[in-house]
Design a protein around this ligand. Structure first.
Ligand code: ATP
Length: 585
């Protein structure tokens, strides 16, 4: 229960709804208790008629009277039960909504290293399945607990007032019922958890198959995947059968225990009636109804307690994430206008999760408005440099200064707002092309969007689609080619019009001609901005003000195109090789 205390703030937030819910629950229980009493009274009226103590006319009148009372109280109890659900269950839906938003907001604040440590499935299940389990506590569990406590109090007191002896006898099976239901519910929860886990395994499996369908078809792996799917579904079926078996036990066991209670009431009640301890036969009927009214709430005690246990462990998983602090923190709210000078001073960087040292003693300065290209073998640390400039990670040692201010003394949002990035994997959302470009500038006009799409050399491709800029991408729409994706993502970055532009190998999927056109188009734009181009091609780098060659996290060479050619080192080799390839082509 310790973990669930975190939810108390929500009960406080919705206190009026909650209190009204409790009052309505009590009222509905009071009305419910009247019905058996009126039924008992009706039977007693008939008994008096049979004993000739009442005339037919008076009996009919009394029966009508009772019938109206039964209808009235049942309607009132029904209406109040509806209101009870409307208050408490609706409150639980509000809490569910708030909790999901709280987790989502927190997810957004957490840094990249957190996402590296977590599996996407786990992130999703905490915000969906775990929150759903917690809702069971704030809604049904709370509602049934209040309901049970008040129903038991009202009904048992009423029974006790009528006949203490008969009350004791009729309650004999109740503890057995509660224990049995607790054990069964725990088992059902265990089995249903196993089944749910299997289901999410199954859906991740299918999701992967659908995403990788091209590879599966190309390598004719259909049969192998079918067998694997068969195995997974068979396991799922076995787990579901086990769950159904336990579920199926509940009904008969409840009927058995209610039957025993009814039997005891009829047997003991009849003996008491014969011995004159109870004077009205209607009391026996009344007790049978009371005991039936108690069965479900008592059965739900076990169910509720295992529901609370589950909610507690789900909330524990949620709290683990909510208590996680983002590793990248803003130490200031101060806002600066970024000019674009970037200095690396003896920067070392090691990725904590893999312990890979990506950068080793890196120092360089990029002046405002300069264009710098990073070249080097794959894995030499080029993208890492860009990630450090956006402060997606903090350096392990050394320092980075932007406009002379240590990067840690920049407000993170303020910094990132003024840096436009084209990442290596051009990720586009399943939305229209227009919206994808607008991510760079929310209120961008159609003219602006088209202007930057032209610079990124993708406009003519877009207008060829039937719906132009309104074309939906991704799962629901068309699939862009690798080069088209890269160019849409360049347009998205350019429209941001930030003073720093980071291009991470974002022309790798376009042909050299298109590359040249885009670089030409970019000339004017990058003249006013600090631009960093990460690339494998000399053609993308040769016009930069400075070229830095990285090798295994260290700077191997740096200088302008001509200075580097003179050095006759790695750059010259690369240049000659790529020149030869071009000649061959
Ligand atoms: N998120 C990460 N977590 C752990 N290690 C990483 C991560 N990203 C990169 N690395 C490792 O850091 C090293 C440098 O990677 P980086 O992506 O900076 O190289 P790169 O020069 O950009 O390579 P490429 O040209 O292939 O894009 C590599 O050894 C890589 O395996």
């Amino acid at each position: 229960m310790k973990e669930l205390q975190k939810l108390n703030k929500y009960f406080i937030k919705y206190k009026y709804r909650f209190l009204i819910g409790i009052v309505i629950t009590i009222a509905s229980q009071i009305f419910t208790v009247f019905t058996p009493q009126y039924i008992g009274d009706a039977i007693t009226v008939l008994e008096h008629f049979l004993k000739n103590e009442l005339t037919a006319e008076a009996t009919k009148k009394a029966l009508w009277h009772n019938m109206l009372l039964i209808i009235g109280t049942t309607l009132a109890a029904g209406f109040l039960t509806f209101l009870m659900r409307q208050t408490i269950i609706v409150m639980s839906r509000h809490i569910e909504f708030d909790l999901k938003n709280e987790i989502y907001d927190h997810y957004q604040k957490l840094s990249l290293d957190f996402y590296k440590r977590q599996r996407t499935g786990d992130l999703m299940s905490r915000i969906s399945e775990d929150v759903a389990k917690v809702r069971q506590y704030v809604g049904p569990a709370v509602m049934y607990s209040i309901n049970t406590v008040f129903r038991m109090a009202v009904v048992i007191v009423q029974m006790y007032i009528i006949s203490p002896t008969l009350t004791w006898y009729s309650l004999i099976p109740v503890p057995f019922l509660a224990i049995l239901m607790y054990k069964l519910s725990t088992e059902i929860n265990r089995r249903s958890f196993a089944y749910q886990q299997n289901l999410s395994k199954l859906s991740s499996f299918s999701q992967e198959i659908f995403s990788g369908i091209r590879v599966i078809k190309a390598y004719t792996l259909e049969n192998r995947e079918n067998t694997a799917y068969d195995l997974a579904t068979t396991e799922s079926k076995t787990k579901f059968m086990r769950l159904t078996y336990t579920n199926a036990l509940i009904g008969p066991l409840m009927i058995l225990l209610i039957g025993i209670s009814n039997l005891l009431i009829v047997f003991i009640g009849a003996r008491m009636y014969i011995n004159g301890v109870i004077t009205e036969i209607g009391i026996i009927a009344q007790f049978i109804l009371y005991i039936n009214m108690l069965t479900w709430p008592i059965a739900s005690l076990g169910w509720v307690s295992s529901m609370i246990q589950e909610a507690d462990s789900s909330q524990k998983r949620i709290n683990e994430f909510l208590n996680e602090e983002p590793s990248i923190q803003s130490n200031t709210t101060e806002q600066h206008l970024l000019q674009g000078k970037i200095e690396f001073h003896k920067v070392h960087f090691t990725y904590e999760d893999t312990n890979i040292q990506a950068l080793n003693n890196i120092s360089f300065t990029i002046e405002k408005g300069e264009t710098v290209a990073f070249l080097g073998k794959t894995g030499s640390g080029k993208s890492t440099i860009l990630q450090l400039i956006s402060r997606l990670y903090d350096v392990s040692s050394g320092s980075i200064a932007i406009d002379g201010i240590d990067i840690k003394n920049w407000n993170v949002e303020n910094l990132r707002d003024q840096i436009a990035v084209v990442p290596q994997d051009a990720f586009l959302f399943s939305d229209t092309i227009k919206t994808n470009i607008q991510f760079g500038k929310e209120n961008a006009t159609q003219e602006e969007i088209e202007h930057y799409a032209k610079i990124a050399d993708v406009h003519k491709n877009i207008i060829r689609f039937e719906n132009g800029y309104e074309t939906i991408l991704g799962e629901r729409g068309i699939t862009l080619s690798g080069g088209q994706k890269q160019r849409v993502s360049i347009a998205r970055a350019l429209i941001k019009d930030a003073p720093v532009l980071l291009l991470d190998d974002c022309l790798s999927a376009v042909d050299t001609e298109t590359e040249e056109r885009i670089l030409n188009n970019l000339k004017d734009i990058s003249a006013k901005k600090t631009t960093i181009i990460v690339t494998h091609r000399v053609s993308s780098a040769k016009n930069a003000d400075k070229i830095i060659i990285l090798n295994e996290g260290e700077i191997l060479e740096q200088g302008t195109h001509f200075q580097l050619l003179k050095q006759n080192g790695y750059y010259t080799d690369l240049y000659n090789k790529q020149l030869a390839e071009k000649d061959v082509l």
